[in-house]
Design a protein around this ligand. Sequence first.
Ligand SMILES: [Zn+2]
Length: 281
Amino acid sequence: MGTMRKMQMTETPFQAKLLFRNTWLIQGAGCNCYLLVGNKRGVLIDTGFATENLQVFAQSLTDKPVEIAANTHGHFAHTGGNGWFTHAYMSAKALEIAKIPYPRIANLGYPLDYLVTVVGDGDVIDLGFRYLEVIEIPAHSEGSIAFLDKREHILFTGDEVDDQVMLISKKDEKQPVVARHASAMEKLLSRKDDFDLICAGHTLVLSPAAIIADYLTHDQLIISKTLTGKEITGFDFPTDFELPQPAFKRASVYEDTTLLYDVRFIQGPVLQRQVTLQLEP
Ligand SMILES: [Zn+2]
């Protein structure tokens, strides 16, 4: 058995790094994947678009069963490896897109017949003396959720909080809105006593949670037109990313945060609806 494990480890495209007890960062799948293990089971937060068996790799790190994935949002770079697991937790909005591979990888034969349990605000995933609370934070993606590890005081933020946040979508459809991102950051700040560090979807790992307040300020500076981003030219986008209508897109930097957004989608319909509701008796 030891030999088998060793062979799998050397042949795999994945690398695991122990972050702290019972918690690993797995890279090589297309996004940051985090294996969290409790007394009863392990769960993998996000699965990249792994074409190799990510479940076997994650399982090699612990004796507790690792059969469940949990997705921060529905982008295929975070859900594509779900099929190696029997079961995935995600939001209802994430489920609408989670099983749709990006066109350039659509014919790679991803297993997509896994079961899904839809989760939302306040739901708790029980790993055994370790609980993950779901906090809905839709902006970069409509179905984004954060996972709060209440025992370790860590927040897993997906693509809503990272070194840069893309509030632009790949196609010219349902654009993210800066004001929605501000609402999401306010929501996370209201829970700031519950976590000290964040683990993000691509770059930031165990980074100070103070960046959330900086993102809220950044959002507000854009909303109030105090800060205007620069036109996006020569930006290093992910492979195959085609920026639709680039004339409307901006990139702005504040402290350690970078926001990419569309000037037509700063104050969105969501915020207007909230204002209307507040005015009603
Ligand atoms: Zn994303």
